[in-house]
Design a protein around this ligand. Sequence first.
Ligand code: CP
Ligand code: NVA
Length: 314
Amino acid sequence: MRHFLSLKDFTKGELLEMITLAQKIKLQTKQRKFVPYMEHQTLGMIFEKSSTRTRVSFETGIYQLGGVGLFLSSNDIQLGRGEPMKDTARVISRMVDMVMIRTFEHTKIEEFAQHSQVPVVNGLTDSYHPVQLMTDYLTILECGIENPIVAYVGDGNNIVHSWLMLAAKLGFDLRIATPKGYECDAAIVAESLEIAKESGATITISNDPKEAVVGANVVTTDTWVSMGQEEEKEVRLKAFDGYIVDKNLMGLAQENAIFLHCLPAYREYEVSEEVFEAHADEIFLEAENRLHAQKGIMVWLDQHRDDTIENENS
Ligand code: CP
Ligand code: NVA
């Protein structure tokens, strides 16, 4: 049985299999063909943070696959009153077929997975947002970009950590620019550089947005104030001065460069209204693709749930 906690746990081939499945299921969905790949299965969805896209896409996705989603807000389940993660895992995973979790420390989802009898999918932690990055890759392919040169300008957060893992696994060019003091986690950078040696990915990290964006064909960013950092807002807004993706910065990228944003976006902070609206088609295709990419991931995990048993018996 495999959990989907970080992209680093999968080979390039496995990640591409999930993307291929997502493309196939997206096509079927567009033809209004709802193939019951996960008939009668229940997806438990534990949320310790807010969400629009993750909730709607997972709940709709499992329904369209023939199953049902259970929205479990930590405010409403005993987890929020102090029931341990490992007990929550041991109870819920005896009743449902797959679990998606959005939480704070990455160690919490690892603890849940360790005690779970069913596959666990990361719906965002403080360290990673892997389902978002699978979506972004699907969107890049749909935009006709075969050799991505990605520039990420902004906070060294969960989103860019998953960009690091995606680039390292798939072997593309990633340039990151973060302000001083808001760099990526050093251990995650080191791990991705190690993985990149195998794939041939070129990863460059600086404090210079222009250096990152020159010649890129994908430009992306994320909020400067992630969930859980609300108290740091004033300090952060000052530190990120000069990191907005505006027309001038976007002008340094390739002429047909796309702009992606995982959303929610804060206009005139990390991105100008002008750039956002000029690239709205790409951004909202990316948002829709959460539904399709996650179906590919869920079906792949479902199809591989007996892996360990097969391996043990072979
Ligand atoms: N991008 C994303 O994960 O959005 P939500 O926080 O709305 O789920
Ligand atoms: N970095 C953001 C992503 C939101 C989808 C956060 O963690 O709040």
